[in-house]
Design a protein around this ligand. Structure first.
Ligand code: PLP
Length: 325
């Protein structure tokens, strides 16, 4: 799905809440030419029964973002708590009551020619309504890309660096034109790294296996959530190790994880069915658990959720009580 933005929607830009149509960058902006930005992708889910919007793992996303910004020496002047507060305020100002995607982006903002960086940095946060990213109800068909995943010593994949996404765009474009739903990239060692926009897990002999964080992957937060759910809730052992391409052809189950895709089952790889070509039982169970945890249905995982409306309501009530007293 492509998320189209309403130009009147409020975004956070240059330390202010402004309508999207006013949030513009110049044609010579360093990041536009050289890819010197770092972004994040965060989900928020609307829970009708509680009339609440839950931002998923907001703190961890902002901590990762600030760390990754340091790779490019981009300064984000707000603390993690302040970034969470801005995000929730953005949602309230827009009055959002649906599933959302949040896109924080920090970048080298000098407007001039020349690749050398300086300390002119800027950042913005945009939140917008967003449905399903990949339609995975019946399982996805993925293809191994002829493009290789970028190496850590070229552009670190763990950095979520704007320029690195040319690699994902090339692989996605090829995959879609060839009729696949998503590309799987191998690293320069010829082993499986990840999808163009997501991490990968396979099940073999009752264990879940995912490439190690040193295999040129983004250290996904959904990956982390799924590992916790698998171990704690299902007692399934999760192994982080390199995966051969041909293991994908003989594995028992396969799925992708990411903030945008959630947990998406894969039922075919390179025109070969994964087992019987149906969604596997472990994948289904994890999909259910992930859904419940991210919608606030599992008390043990409320720790992952930032409620947008309740806290503001409680703060307003406390203020009113104070002024009455
Ligand atoms: C290349 C890549 N790998 C993995 C992921 C999944 O990471 P996360 O679960 O933190 O969204 C993403 C999405 O952000 C991505 O772009």
């Amino acid at each position: 799905m492509k998320a189209e933005a309403d130009p009147n929607m409020i975004v956070y830009f240059n330390n202010e809440y402004v309508p999207m149509r006013e949030a513009r960058v110049g044609i010579l902006t360093h990041a536009l030419h050289y890819g010197t930005g770092v972004f994040e992708g965060i989900r928020a889910y609307w829970e009708e029964d509680e009339q609440e919007l839950f931002v998923l793992r907001a703190r961890e996303h902002y901590e990762r973002w600030k760390q990754n910004c340091e790779i490019l020496r981009i300064n984000v002047p707000l603390e993690t708590d302040e970034l969470c507060a801005v995000t929730a305020e953005l949602m309230r100002r827009n009055g959002f009551r649906s599933n959302l995607y949040v896109r924080p982006i920090a970048y080298k903002s000098a407007e001039r020619i020349g690749v050398a960086t300086d300390d002119q940095d800027a950042f913005a946060i945009v939140a917008l309504p967003f449905g399903e990213y990949l339609h995975a109800d019946k399982g996805l068909h993925v293809g191994i890309s002829s493009w290789r995943r970028i190496e850590d010593n070229a552009i670190p994949a763990r950095g979520k660096i704007c320029g690195a996404y040319a690699n994902s765009a090339l692989a996605t474009d090829d995959a879609r034109r060839a009729g696949f739903d998503e590309a799987i990239l191998l690293n320069e060692n010829g082993q499986v790294a990840e999808g163009a926009t997501c991490n990968l897990f396979m099940a073999r002999a009752g264990k879940l296996i995912t490439p190690a964080v040193t295999d040129n992957v983004l250290e996904g937060l959904t990956r982390d959530s799924v590992m916790e759910l698998a171990t704690r809730e299902l007692g399934v052992e999760v192994v982080e190790r390199s995966i051969d391409r041909s293991e994908l052809y003989v594995c028992d189950e396969l799925f992708l994880t990411g903030t945008a895709v959630g947990l998406a089952p894969v039922t075919r790889v390179d025109h070969r069915p994964v087992r019987e070509g149906a969604i596997g039982p472990l994948t289904r169970r994890l999909q259910e658990l992930y859904f419940q945890a991210t919608r606030g249905h599992l008390p043990a995982y409320r720790k992952w959720l930032l409620p947008v409306y309740r806290d503001a309501h409680a703060a307003r009530t406390a203020e009113t009580q104070q002024s009455v007293a």
